[in-house]
Write a protein of this length. Structure first.
Length: 66
């Protein structure tokens, strides 16, 4: 065992991914509505780690189907 905690790494990666998605949304809002980015957003939303703000972002970008 190398001492890493997989759930901590997943959480960090998820937060980094969400930060990148928000930057894309600021720079090119139309891009976050593309199917691949909506799928990425949905993966963060329904994944094992809760990330603050993802649900609202998903709703705004069409990744959350009401």
């Amino acid at each position: 065992m190398d001492g890493r905690r997989p759930h901590v790494e997943r959480a960090r990666e998820g937060k980094q991914t969400f930060a990148a998605l928000r930057r894309v949304g600021q720079e090119a809002p139309q891009e976050v509505r593309r199917p691949a980015l909506r799928a990425l957003t949905a993966g963060l939303l329904y994944g094992p780690t809760r990330i603050e703000g993802v649900r609202e972002f998903a709703a705004r970008t069409g990744a959350l189907v009401a």
